[in-house]
Design a protein around this ligand. Structure first.
Ligand code: HEC
Length: 128
């Protein structure tokens, strides 16, 4: 009896932890998604620079519109947004809802798991 109780407790905990793992995102899946859906306009990593869109190194916590080698829209420069995980998730889902007038033309991704994966991938470039 006691063992069964322990086992169910372990199961509950394990499910709980799996839940967090999913929420934390899968950076490898995020990498594939990034190169497919963002990489045409954005670069990230060691030699990243502004191109069609701004480079995204260290994006989490970065104030919007502040990389030196990219000409942002007035809307982005004046948005006052700081790219927290929540703001990024909302922006990836619907760019114009977060920065109305942004030049980023993107249909948006609504699947929260995909957004989490993308964020996990972006997070691996925080030190760059
Ligand atoms: C069609 C090209 C295009 C695609 C695809 C695209 N972006 Fe952008 N993105 C832009 C442009 C252009 C800007 C600058 C917008 C402005 O100045 O208003 C931008 C801005 C951003 C910013 C703000 C950066 C800063 O320095 O403030 C983030 C974050 C961002 N994009 C993330 C993404 C992510 C993540 C994806 C993929 C899910 C993506 N973008 C897909 C063109 C694109």
């Amino acid at each position: 009896m006691k063992q069964t109780a322990l086992l169910s407790l372990a199961l509950i905990l394990a499910t709980g932890f799996t839940g967090t793992a999913v929420a934390a995102g899968d950076a490898e899946a995020g990498a594939r998604l990034f190169s497919k859906t963002c990489g045409g306009c954005h670069s990230i990593g060691e030699n990243a620079r502004g191109g069609f869109g701004p480079q995204l190194n260290g994006i989490i916590g970065r104030p919007a519109g502040t990389t030196a080698d990219y000409q942002y829209s007035e809307a982005m420069k004046n948005s006052g947004v700081v790219w927290t995980r929540d703001k990024l998730a909302a922006y990836i889902e619907a760019p114009k809802k977060v920065v109305s007038g942004t030049r980023m033309i993107f249909w948006g991704i609504s699947d929260p798991e995909k957004i989490d994966n993308l964020l996990a991938y972006l997070e691996t470039f925080q030190g760059q």
